[in-house]
Ligand binder design. Structure first.
Ligand SMILES: [Fe+2]
Length: 202
């Protein structure tokens, strides 16, 4: 089923299936895949990412399935967000993370599968790390950059829902990073200061 958006941008009613087994949207309009080779600078140890590429190949770190909805006020965007299990050095696989282009827009993540965290950080430094597990919905308020982190051994899968005109701003996080990162220490996840904060592109 394709014609969600007609030429004059009128949204028509539609449905989308959700596979109860793999917890992922069926029949998406877009499939976004992020492989490690395009994400080498987002880790606290970019050299570990390069070593991983050399020795273990180029894993799919995360992916998104989404319907194409008009990007305007009043509409609702929704997608399947899948962060795969794995680590670069001690740092868990995670999404790039982003602010919304319209900064004041919120988002909810309803976790369907897996174990991990939602890291949220405002420009003034206020930050939160909330655990994600099946059945839990995390509310990300406006003005918070957000990133999913998989601290388990199966895919971390959520249904994400956000305003139609929210948009994505990846640039700020690509440049500065988050102030905090989550690493595995003594077999457990721990939030530590990001030693590369403010210079992720170096
Ligand atoms: Fe978002």
């Amino acid at each position: 089923m394709k014609p969600v958006v007609s030429g004059n941008m009128v949204t028509k009613p539609f449905f989308v299936g959700w596979d109860p087994k793999d917890a992922v949207m069926d029949d998406p309009d877009n499939h976004i895949e992020r492989y490690l080779d395009k994400l080498t600078r987002m880790w606290i140890d970019p050299d570990a990412a390069k070593r991983h590429l050399k020795k273990k190949g180029n894993p799919l770190v995360y992916e998104v399935y989404e319907k194409e909805i008009p990007q305007r006020d009043g509409e609702i965007q929704f997608c399947s967000s899948i962060t795969h299990p794995g680590k670069i050095g001690t740092e868990y696989f995670m999404t790039k993370g982003h602010f919304h282009k319209r900064r004041d827009t919120a988002e909810i993540y309803y976790c369907l599968k897996g174990r991990g965290f939602m890291l949220m950080e405002r420009e003034d430094g206020e930050h939160y790390l909330l655990e994600m597990r099946p059945g839990r919905t995390v509310y990300v308020p406006g003005d918070f950059a957000h990133r999913s982190i998989n601290a388990g051994d199966e895919p971390l899968i959520s249904l994400a829902v956000y305003p139609g005109d929210a948009g994505h701003d990846y640039g700020s996080i690509e440049t500065s990073g988050f102030r905090y990162v989550v690493v595995e220490k003594d077999g457990r996840p721990e939030m530590i200061e990001n030693p590369r904060y403010g210079r992720m592109l170096e």
